[in-house]
Write a protein that binds this ligand. Structure first.
Ligand code: NAD
Ligand code: UD1
Length: 336
């Protein structure tokens, strides 16, 4: 079985490629390297000890993408390609709508024309908005996203639902990720953000390696145990394994299913800092800063549906996530 991975050179994509190859899937990667480097895929090949075809291209380039479906036999697609920076999406909404929504529509059209109707889509817990009570489950109302990035995820979910209503021979799996962190235990692949990291763990890693002097903690007056924001952090290799389970299920059934991929456990910003310090024996200086616009106090998953239907649960704990992040960062201080 051969799986096309759009955005396969990126953070989650590269880890998923390794796990798919380990599970004996054939893969084909399609990426425009707008937020990644070819080196990540060279390392995927090294880790898996296997070769696979790579196409440099944009999902909006229909000619190029159609060519891939002509040349390769594709049984299903895992669709990671997209832009993901919340702040940037507020400055460049049209680029986000074009790349994420426009790109996905083009991909779906080409898949339909090629008769390939199985797709796993990277969605986000951000679609739960700020009105729901934790833990978030898949039956809750979605909406109320606070930035164009989040809105692209919400709209793409809607597009996929409309597509399935129009043609129920599709197999669609929407995966709502909580907060992926960590890296492959080898330290060979990991998250490689451009510029100043927006997200907590990459920022901590850059403080640890001496690139940034201090971590700003965005708010200590939330209604949480220590006042700092609480999130459901999930090891990226567990997340990758969730994709293997989701795509395996897609190959044997039609339907549209939505799954949370999280651990179901919430940790505060200070929990993360303290655990990183303990596991890696490094001090992380912090300063308390104002709340960040658009943040919610608490976000964690009800992860039961993925457990029951996909047979998937996260295996790695917060110590593993902090250890593997640091192993990647210290071995690759400047990324790839
Ligand atoms: P990433 O930026 O590391 O990977 C995305 C990849 O897609 C990159 O390699 C990039 O070059 C490629 N890409 C972007 N636009 C493209 C296009 N038009 N054509 C071809 N390739 C293109 O991001 P990631 O963290 O690996 O995230 C993967 C997916 O998961 C994204 O869709 C993201 O929105 C979603 N997601 C990520 C998180 C997270 O915290 N990392 C959380 C929820 C959802
Ligand atoms: C953010 C995005 C979300 C996206 C997710 C994964 C926002 C508002 N939300 O979620 O849409 O799906 O990333 O990419 O950006 N924090 C600090 N200091 C920092 C960075 C973060 O204190 O320097 C805090 C935040 O306030 C939050 C927690 O750490 O409480 C986690 O933040 P982050 O890693 O950015 O993830 P989310 O905000 O959950």
């Amino acid at each position: 079985m051969s799986i096309l991975i759009t955005g396969g050179a990126g953070y989650i994509g590269s880890h998923t490629c390794v796990e798919l190859l380990k599970a004996n899937y054939d893969i084909v990667v399609y990426d425009n390297y707008s937020n990644s480097q070819p080196e990540s895929l060279a390392r995927v090949k090294e880790l898996a000890g296997k070769d696979f075809p790579i196409y440099e291209g944009d999902i909006r380039d229909t000619k190029r993408l159609a060519e891939v479906f002509n040349v390769e036999k594709i049984d299903a697609v895992i669709h990671f390609a997209g832009l993901k920076a919340v702040g940037e999406s507020c400055v460049k909404p049209l680029e986000y709508y074009d790349n994420n929504i426009g790109g996905t529509v083009k991909l779906l059209q080409i898949m339909r024309n090629a008769g390939c109707k199985r797709i796993v889509f990277s969605s986000s817990a951000t679609v739960y908005g700020s009105e729901n009570e934790v833990p978030f489950n898949e039956n809750m109302k979605v909406g109320g996203t606070t930035n164009p990035y989040g809105t692209t995820k919400l709209y793409i979910e809607t597009i996929l639902k409309d597509l399935y209503s129009s043609d129920n021979t599709w197999s669609i799996s929407i995966l709502r990720y909580f907060n992926p962190i960590g890296a492959h235990e080898s330290g060979r692949i990991g998250e490689n953000p451009n510029g100043i990291p927006n997200n907590l763990m990459p920022f901590i890693a850059q403080v640890a390696v001496g690139k940034r002097p201090v971590l700003s903690v965005f708010g200590n007056d939330y209604e949480t145990k220590d006042g700092t924001g609480v999130r459901d952090y999930i090891h990226v290799v567990d997340l990758a394994d969730g994709h293997v389970k989701a795509v395996t299920r897609l190959l044997t059934k039609t339907g549209l299913d939505i799954y949370n991929l999280g651990t179901g456990i919430g940790y505060s910003v200070l929990d993360i800092v303290k655990t990183f310090e303990k596991v890696n024996n490094i001090e992380i200086p912090i300063q308390i800063a104002p709340r960040r616009a658009g943040d919610i106090a608490v976000c964690y998953a009800d992860a039961q549906k993925a457990k029951v239907e996909l047979g998937w649960t996260a295996q790695r704990n917060l110590d593993d996530m902090c250890r593997d992040t640091w192993n990647w960062q210290k071995n690759n201080p400047d990324g790839y």
